[in-house]
Design a protein around this ligand. Structure first.
Ligand code: NAD
Length: 254
């Protein structure tokens, strides 16, 4: 009898936060993970604690680095079964004050990075009939103040996912998108003021922030064969934020 094949997932932004939690859940479910991050120190420390993971330092906004990283992952593991485009940066600033440099910094990682990493992975994903899971945000589903760059980058990721599903389906590659609600990671805590935290609690039916692991479970499901007929979908793991309209704070105060 031959050994069952170990599936390989590539997770970007894997050094901490939602990407690291996704790495843990995938490993628990039998995957081996190529952990990608531009923060070499944090990545090496995180990967050093895991048996089923290998670190690859790469800034996903640079085409040359992405091509080199994908080659190294393929040389190391011989295959890629799932790609999780999770690396992201946030910048909250009013529209009129957002500089072009701020706009570009957000777009380079959040949008260019997803495009580049996905494109470079296609040959490997064609071989395995694999899956892409892109991490957008509720800020890409619903507009809000301060998020002209961040929200627009994430709305573009939602549409990019649908483009990928449309074109890659014939190769058996699925592409889906997860839109996290607020999670207390380094990224969120750098931009969530006390007022924003209170506003989120008001607007979320489950009345709390999510955990990294709650996001990771949804991401791992979409990577897996359990989601084999799911493609082109956008799933908000957000405590109900996206589904809700007016009235929630008034109900809570009553
Ligand atoms: P985080 O800051 O904890 O982790 C992000 C990781 O991505 C870091 O390790 C960072 O070094 C890495 N990274 C950033 N830019 C990179 C680049 N160009 N190349 C390689 N690595 C890069 O953030 P998080 O909250 O875990 O965010 C993960 C994803 O979830 C992001 O796409 C974010 O926009 C999205 N998201 C987060 C929240 C939230 O509330 N935390 C809500 C909605 C969406």
């Amino acid at each position: 009898m031959t050994d069952p094949i170990t599936k390989i997932a590539l997770v970007t932004g894997a050094a901490r936060g939602i990407g690291l939690a996704t790495t843990h859940v995938l490993i628990e479910q039998g995957w081996q993970v190529a952990m990608i991050d531009r923060d070499g120190d944090e990545l090496t420390t995180a990967a050093g604690k895991l048996n089923q993971a290998s670190p690859f330092i790469c800034d996903v906004s640079y085409p040359d680095q992405v091509d080199e990283m994908i080659s190294s992952v393929r040389d190391t593991f011989g295959r890629i079964d799932a790609l999780v485009n999770n690396a992201g940066v946030a910048d909250f600033c009013p529209l009129e004050q957002t500089t072009f440099a701020q706009w570009r910094r957000v777009m380079e990682t959040n949008l260019d990075g997803v495009f580049l990493t996905s494109q470079a992975s296609i040959p490997a994903l064609r071989e395995t009939r694999g899956a892409i899971v892109n991490i957008a945000s509720i800020s890409g589903l619903r507009a809000s103040t301060l998020r002209v760059a961040y929200g627009t980058s994430k709305a573009a990721v939602i549409h990019l996912t649908k483009q990928q599903a449309a074109e890659l389906g014939e190769h058996g590659i699925r592409a889906n998108c997860v839109c996290p609600g607020p999670v207390r990671t380094k990224l969120a805590m750098a931009v969530h003021t006390p007022e924003i935290i209170a506003a989120y609690h008001d607007a979320i039916p489950l009345n709390r922030y999510g955990s990294e692991r709650e996001l990771a479970e949804v991401i791992a499901f979409l990577c897996s064969e359990r989601a084999s007929y799911v493609t082109g979908q956008v799933i908000a793991a957000d405590g109900g934020f996206d589904s809700t309209g007016v009235g929630l704070p008034a109900l809570r105060e009553g």
